[in-house]
Structures are given as C-alpha cells and as structure tokens.
Design a protein around this ligand. Structure first.
Ligand SMILES: N[C@@H](CCC(=O)N[C@@H](CS)C(=O)NCC(=O)O)C(=O)O
Length: 187
C-alpha cells in the first residue's frame, strides 16, 4: 500500500540495548506510546486511527470521568488527549496526529498536499470545536447540538462535497489524515 515511510525506529519497533534492557521487544513497543483520554472516541479517535493504520502499538489508556478531577492538575495544560512518549507529555490532538504522520504519506505526499490535508482537517476541527461538551445546562447543550447538526453541518457537508467534486479522495489518490479526522468527527 506504501502508506508508511515512517522508520522502524520512529514506530517504536527498534530495541537498542540502552533503552530496552531485558524487555521483550513487544514490551518496549507497548511502552513507547501511551495515549491518555476518556473512554470515548472524541478527540483521541484520530490518533487511534493513525496508530491502527500505521500498525504502531500503543497503550490506549482510558480514564473514567470520576477520576478526571485528580488527573487534570497533573497534566501540563489540564486537557486530554495527551500522548506520553520518551518521557514527554505531548498535548493537542492535531499536533499529536501530525507528529505521528510526519514523513508518511498520511500527511500528504508533497508540501502542497500537506497544506491541503491540514486545511481539510482544520476545517473539520473548526466544526468540532463548536460542540458544547462542557455545557452544564442540559437544555442549552441539547439545543446547541441540534442547532449544529441542523444549521451548521449541512452547509459544511455541501462545501466538502463541492471541494471533492468528481474526485475519489480529497487530496491526491490515497488515504490521508483528512480521512481520519472526517471519520472521527462523526461521533
Ligand atoms: N484543542 C485540544 C482540545 C482539548 C480538550 O478540550 N479536551 C477536552 C476533552 S475533548 C478536555 O480535556 N476536557 C476536560 C477539561 O477541560 O477539564 C485538542 O484537540 O487536544
């Protein structure tokens, strides 16, 4: 399929003596990436899709809402998803997605295609950012969701449809992160 040119080392598949010790390669691979998010698709799903598509093993650490208040203050910006890698905490779902897809075709094959893929992802993210997840008032929450789905979604879908035109893919002739963002927005 030629979808990944990410090196074996980058994907966590290399186990050198400094880093691995007695760990089995599988254990090392499992411990390289730890994705922390709620037990929902939400903003982590694009990252889960990328891991699955690139066949990279990771720990899918899902936290319960009840545990969130004590976890939140331990995170650099108090938000999830967070990806723990090499002792660092990476935040912002799309920054993480772009980090994982760098040097792979998923990010786009040329700089122009990368820009186009980013633009479609950001367009979908603009929509996703309107979702009132944190709204405490249930009536307001329901009304806002309804408004988004009935008023905002149709013109966005129409624009995406027009942008796609007769082509099969938004960018080039292959799968890109745009597809994952599109799919994960449909929560
Ligand atoms: N732009 C950020 C948004 C992060 C964000 O708002 N995460 C929400 C869950 S989707 C969160 O952590 N909510 C809990 C809180 O703010 O206490 C991203 O894409 O990662």
């Amino acid at each position: 399929m030629g979808h990944t040119s990410r090196s074996m080392e980058d994907s966590g598949a290399v186990c050198d003596s400094m880093n691995c010790g007695d760990l089995a390669q599988e254990d090392y691979v499992m411990s390289k990436y730890k994705l922390i998010y709620f037990n929902i698709r939400g903003r982590a799903e694009i990252i889960r899709y990328i891991f699955a598509y690139l066949d990279i093993k990771y720990e899918d650490h899902r936290i319960e809402q009840a545990d969130w208040p004590k976890i939140k203050p331990t995170l650099p910006f108090g938000k999830i998803p967070v990806l723990e890698v090499g002792g660092l905490m990476l935040h912002q779902s799309l920054a993480i997605a772009r980090y994982l897809t760098k040097n792979t075709d998923l990010a786009g094959k040329t700089e122009m295609e990368q820009c186009q893929a980013d633009a479609v992802v950001d367009t979908l993210d603009d929509f996703m950012s309107l979702f009132p997840w944190a709204e405490k008032n249930q009536d307001v929450k329901e009304r806002t969701f309804k408004d988004l789905l009935t008023c905002h979604a149709p013109p966005l879908l129409k624009d995406l449809d027009t942008y796609l035109g007769d082509r099969e893919w938004f960018i080039g002739d292959y799968v890109s992160t745009r597809m994952f963002k599109n799919t994960s927005t449909c929560i």
